[in-house]
Design a protein around this ligand. Sequence first.
Ligand code: ADP
Length: 174
Amino acid sequence: MEKAYVYWFFGLSGSGKSTLADALALRLKSLGEQVLRLDGDQMRAGINKDLGFSSQDRLENVRRAAEIAKLSLEQGISVVASFISPEDIHRRKVKEVLGAKVHLIFVDASIETCKLRDVKGLYQQQAQGNISSFTGVSAPFEKPMDASMRISTEESSVEACIDQIMKQWKEQNA
Ligand code: ADP
């Protein structure tokens, strides 16, 4: 149980949160860990259907996810989470719920790179006026002072990012 942790990836849409979270979950599973994967889109499709994209609703979105992560930890199951968590208050809430058990990882890619990737076509939709409160464009993204780790997805491959996370994690918990 002491070995279970929450790895909480946050950053702009298209920065690489889901990609890295999926890869880390696979890596941890290959090491014999039980892992619960939580994702913002998945939560919003179901349990958080009632929430929008105001700062307050985003806070509730991450609060519920953090509470689910806490339940998972209590069962000895690690959690790999990917949520934009755009403002300091959102990250502080996650810390408040999960304390020392959470590892906040800032997935860093410039807005220009995210727009070019436009994995889900959301930046294009936003440019066409179809999305309001879009993080980094028409809603704030506060660069973090509070992450345990920053990973740039512009400089390294997915595998290299995962190696970096595992290495730093081991050093911090040695
Ligand atoms: P998010 O979950 O943050 O919205 P996604 O993971 O869905 O972002 O998309 C990120 C995109 O960036 C994917 O197409 C992925 O293949 C690409 N990418 C390129 N390099 C990396 C990297 N080092 N880490 C993560 N994603 C990367």
